[in-house]
Design a protein around this ligand. Structure first.
Ligand code: HEC
Ligand code: HEC
Length: 335
């Protein structure tokens, strides 16, 4: 491992993070927490599963959530950037929906704080699903008579066929998308044969070189560090990294694109590292083709390190151990 020079601002950002010595290795819980205002119930989950597959949630009926979050293929879409209802690109790489119930800040730039608000934002995004406004979503749902009994079963009687309830049901469904049983989970639960020697080496390197300072907790994301706030980090911090130009890492301004505030320029949420085996390509712009490349990019841009081929192989082997078997979700019959 060679140490490249990190600039002073990057050193300062890293200095504010907890030391790796305090790091623990939690397994993924079997259940995701639900907010008090939207407890997870079987009726909501069932409705959410149906809505997830329904293309009528997009303005022209061309795309559903499942179009960009293929549950059988890792919960994302394998495109560098997603193709929306008009065939145009969203500009950002699709994130997996597996295990999103454990995240406290959503989207690449952390701009949504709950799955409920995320679902509405995605339906209204003109490049993704293009619905005109919240009332328009409600009207679209009300135009499908078969939805009424399903909404009533989940939310009671009255004016329940609404966009807000659709978002609640989608969120409840997403909270059940959990891939526990990854080799890493079995290892930390005491099954020491679950990881190979190389994977254990990669696990130690992951902590020792500093990856775990940002990617923490059961989902290996960042918000665990500062619960309740949209935890973001500068990416790339080391602007001298050759990857900044080759993967166009500074073109998208990150959180700044949404807030317009200077400190948010190139700030990104620290994403979960679960199920990466299935979700190539990587990074917000999907410019990085393989996990080995992604490990080199992170070392160079976030830690100022140049890894040897053996170190890259160890870290990749460990990251692959964070991918669990994907539970089978059946496509529903639409009303
Ligand atoms: C046209 C493709 C497309 C469609 C359709 C789509 N998504 Fe997404 N989804 C994306 C992309 C791209 C991102 C990342 C966008 C960003 O961060 O700016 C994303 C992000 C998300 C996230 C955040 C995950 C995380 O780790 O923060 C969730 C949850 C999600 N989508 C759920 C849904 C749901 C529910 C629907 C249906 C209502 C849906 N998506 C429809 C492409 C799509
Ligand atoms: C200073 C904080 C920080 C450190 C240290 C860090 N990361 Fe990251 N990581 C991030 C951020 C922020 C992103 C999101 C980048 C983006 O928006 O494209 C990310 C993204 C990733 C991705 C891509 C995920 C995806 O879904 O495309 C991988 C893989 C990854 N990191 C692995 C690592 C490894 C391995 C290490 C240690 C060598 C590491 N990270 C160190 C902050 C960090």
């Amino acid at each position: 491992m060679k140490v490249a020079l990190l600039c002073c601002a990057a050193m300062a950002a890293l200095a504010g993070l907890p030391a790796q010595a305090e790091y623990t290795w939690p397994a993924l819980p079997a259940k995701a927490p639900a907010p008090a205002a939207n407890p997870t119930t079987p009726a909501k989950v069932e409705l959410g599963r149906i809505l997830f597959y329904d293309k009528r949630l997009s303005e022209n009926g061309k795309v559903a959530c499942i179009s960009c979050h293929n549950l059988k293929e890792g919960g994302a879409d394998h495109e560098s950037s997603s193709v929306g209802l008009h065939g145009e690109r969203d500009g950002r790489n699709s994130l997996t929906v597996w295990n999103v119930g454990f995240l406290t800040s959503l989207f690449w730039d952390g701009r949504a704080a709950s799955l409920e608000s995320q679902a509405i934002a995605q339906m209204l995004n003109p490049l993704d699903m293009g619905m005109r406004d919240v009332a328009y979503i409600s009207a679209r749902l009300q135009s499908v008579p078969g939805y009424r009994p399903l909404f009533e079963r989940a939310f009671g009687s009255g004016e329940v066929v609404t966009a807000e309830n659709a978002a609640r049901a989608l969120a409840a469904f997403e909270r059940t998308l959990i891939t526990g049983d990854a080799p890493y989970d079995r290892y930390v639960a005491g099954d020491h044969g679950a990881l190979s020697e190389q994977q254990v080496r990669g696990m130690n390197e992951f902590r020792n070189v500093g990856c775990a300072r940002c990617h923490q907790g059961a989902a290996f994301d960042g918000p665990a560090l500062r619960a309740g706030t949209a935890f973001t980090m500068k990416f790339p911090t080391n602007l001298r990294s050759p990857f900044v130009a080759s993967y166009e890492l500074t073109r998208d301004l990150g959180r700044f694109e949404w807030t317009g505030k200077e400190p948010d320029r190139h700030q990104w949420r620290v994403p979960s590292l679960r199920n990466l085996k299935y979700t190539a390509p990587y990074m917000h712009n999907g410019s990085v083709p393989t996990l080995a490349h992604a490990v080199r990019v992170m070392g160079s841009t976030e830690l100022g390190l140049i890894f040897t081929d053996a170190e890259v192989a160890d870290l990749v082997a460990f990251l692959e151990a964070l991918s669990g078997p994907l539970p089978d979700v059946q496509a529903p019959t639409l009303p």
